[in-house]
Structures are given as structure tokens and as C-alpha cells.
Design a protein. Structure first.
Length: 333
């Protein structure tokens, strides 16, 4: 085992608020519990849920650290009981329920993927949250298969850019929505088949036009509210609607007969509170089905910007400004 310090730098705001609450503080280095690894963090991904947590709207689930950060990459510097000691010294990335904005982070071993040479630590840290989310929702909950037509809102978001990458690899036809013409062009340059500017175009009419009236097989929705009935109007018969966020509101009014007549399926999920056993199963599936593409350099996240951990506030300001394309990542050490 490496010689480890007792304390580390971390971001752990005492109260909810604006980006300015994200200040460096000293915290004890976590001890890896049974089945866990301790990672010396090289980079930590920033995700929209971190912003919600900072503002006080998305508290960590029971047992999770108060330190924000849902994904990290770095070197294994200690292993807990029941974890193969051979993992010591290995480069890994991990999905965590919190604790990423820190110099050290404990992660369940089952939620780690090793970092292949084709990925930098920054790239590896930018993948777990969106990869686990898009994979489970698109492929497991909505049964995406080659040839399916899919509509994803927020095409240039962290989630949207991962959806574009997976759609390319797994043969999905992807339509995305974005808030500007420039973002639409960027989404298409990344591999989206079509991008609709939702501020200047009616996305329902555009989806109908692009699919010659047939509609899409799947909608992956991070908008909610009044988008829900419009999303259903985009779906083909037997279409599947997956909710992953409610940025425009948590309630919606639907015409139930439309669901019945077109045999639609409505589902959704939140990743963070799911048990480690579930996340480990997903990691196994990703290691088999998706990670070989990462090893070959065919799956990489889109990195918008990196900031040192001490500048986490600036990273959140950039995310909230909403001009980013892809991921924002904190570098540590
Ligand atoms: N359920 C889960 O397990 C889970 C896991 C991770 C993330 N999420 C959610 O997924 C969403 C994306 O996360 P992220 O980290 O990728 O965030 P992000 O990069 O900040 O992206 C947010 C996106 O929302 C889009 N958006 C906002 N209002 C919209 C509207 N009215 N119509 C279309 N798009 C709209 C923005 O598009 P424009 O900038 O083009 O307007 C932007 O691309 C967040 O809401 C997050 O909470 C859910």
C-alpha cells in the first residue's frame, strides 16, 4: 500500500448556493470499505446534477459523501477488503454516488472500468456518468437496436454527445435538438444525422418531416414538462419514451388514448440512487459491449474545457452559461 496522507483538498460546500460556495477545503482522505478501491483522482467530470446538488435541489443519497462529483479517473492507491490487490497501481475510471471533487475518492470496485491507453485521464473521467446513463436508458429501458430512429433533446450536452457517440457505434439513426444553429452544426459534425434548432423550429413537425411521417422509435428526454405530449407526437407506433430529467417541469398532461392507440411505452430512471449491485452489473455489460470501442480509440467523450479543482466554481459558471458542447472536467493534482 502507498503511504497516504490523512487529509486532502476537496470541494465540500457547507451550504447550498451559487458557484462561489465551491471553495477548496481540507477533508479526511476516505478509507476504502469492503469491496471498495481508493483512487488518487487525476480528473473528475462535472455533470448537470452537480449544479442541482450545489443549489440544494439534489441531495446526496443516504450513505453517499457530501462532496459533489459523480465520476473520476485516477490511480488505485488502496484496496478495501475483498478487492483483488492486483488492482493496486492500475489506472481506472469510476462511477460514484458522490465524492469526485477531491484528491482521493473511494469507489465500489464493481463500478470501475480500467483506463485503456487510448484514453487520457481527462477523457476517462468524462465518461462514466453519461455512459452508464445513456446505455441503461437507451439500450436497456428503451430496447434500442440497430436501425432504430431516436430523438434526443440536448444534443450538445454531456448526455447528448455520448448519445451521438453510441448511436454511431450501434447503428441508430439519431435526431437531436439544440438551442442554436451553431450547436446544431456542431451536433451534426459529431455524428448526429439531423439536428433541430428547438428555438426556431417546431421539433414535432421536423421529426415528422425527417421520418416521412413515421415518427421515431425512441425519445430520450431531459426536458419534461410541456415537452412530454409533444414528444409522444414524435413517436412511431410501439415507440418508447424515456425520461431522465425534468428541466421544464415535473408535471405533464397527456392524452391517454394516444398511448393506447399507438401502444407507446413510457419509462425513465435516475442512476445515482440505484444500488451498487445494479451499477456493477451495468459496468460488466459496458466492459463487454462498449469498452472495446474505447480501447480501440473509437469511443471518446467530447471535452469542452478543463479547470483545476480549485476553479470548480468557474467550471459550474461555464456549465450554467450553457454555451458548452460536451463535457467539462476538473483536473486534480
Ligand atoms: N436520470 C439520470 O440518471 C441522469 C443522469 C445524468 C444526467 N441527467 C440529466 O441529464 C441532463 C443533461 O445532463 P448533462 O450533464 O449532460 O448537462 P448539460 O451538459 O449541462 O446539458 C443540459 C442540456 O439541456 C438542454 N436543454 C435545456 N432546456 C432545453 C429545452 N427546452 N429543449 C431542449 N434542450 C434543452 C440544453 O440544450 P441547449 O443548451 O441547446 O439549449 C443542454 O444541452 C440534465 O438535466 C441532468 O440532470 C440525468
Amino acid at each position: 500500500m502507498a503511504e497516504l496522507p490523512d487529509e486532502m483538498d476537496a470541494i465540500d460546500p457547507a451550504e447550498a448556493g451559487g458557484p462561489e460556495v465551491l471553495q477548496l477545503v481540507r477533508r479526511p482522505v476516505p478509507k476504502p470499505g469492503a469491496g471498495e478501491l481508493l483512487i488518487r483522482v487525476a480528473a473528475a467530470g462535472v455533470n448537470r446534477p452537480d449544479v442541482l446538488q450545489r443549489r440544494g435541489f439534489y441531495p446526496p443519497p443516504p450513505g453517499a459523501p457530501s462532496i459533489p462529483g459523480l465520476e473520476v479517473a485516477g490511480e488505485v492507491v488502496a484496496t478495501g477488503e475483498g478487492v483483488q490487490p492486483e488492482l493496486f497501481g492500475q489506472p481506472v475510471c469510476a462511477l460514484v454516488a458522490g465524492g469526485g471533487y477531491a484528491e482521493y475518492c473511494a469507489a465500489p470496485a464493481g463500478q470501475c472500468l480500467y483506463v485503456p491507453e487510448a484514453l487520457s485521464m481527462v477523457e476517462a473521467a468524462a465518461m462514466p456518468e453519461t455512459l452508464f446513463t445513456v446505455w441503461t436508458n437507451l439500450f436497456e429501458r428503451a430496447f434500442a437496436r440497430e436501425g432504430d430512429r431516436v430523438l434526443v433533446h440536448g444534443g450538445t450536452s454531456g448526455i447528448g454527445t455520448m448519445a451521438i457517440a453510441l448511436a454511431r457505434l450501434f447503428g441508430l439513426e439519431l435526431i437531436v435538438t439544440c438551442g442554436s444553429d451553431e450547436k446544431c452544426r456542431q451536433a451534426e459534425a459529431l455524428g448526429a444525422d439531423h439536428a433541430i434548432n428547438y428555438k426556431t423550429q417546431d421539433f414535432v413537425a421536423e421529426v415528422r418531416r425527417l421520418t416521412e411521417g413515421a415518427g421515431v422509435d425512441i425519445v430520450l428526454d431531459m426536458v419534461g414538462g410541456d415537452y412530454l405530449p409533444r414528444n409522444l407526437d414524435c413517436l412511431a407506433e410501439e415507440g418508447r419514451h424515456v425520461s431522465i430529467a425534468v428541466q421544464r417541469g415535473a408535471t405533464a398532461e397527456l392524452l391517454i388514448p394516444k398511448v393506447m392507440q399507438r401502444r407507446l411505452m413510457l419509462t425513465g430512471s435516475t442512476l445515482r440512487p440505484r444500488p451498487a449491485a445494479f451499477k456493477s452489473l451495468v459496468a460488466d455489460e459496458l466492459a463487454r459491449s462498449v469498452w472495446p470501442f474505447a480501447e480501440q480509440g473509437r469511443l471518446k467523450p467530447i471535452i469542452h474545457a478543463t479547470f483545476p479543482l480549485a476553479d470548480a466554481a468557474e467550471a459550474h459558471r461555464v456549465m450554467e452559461a450553457g454555451e458548452h458542447v460536451g463535457k467539462i472536467v476538473l483536473t486534480v493534482g
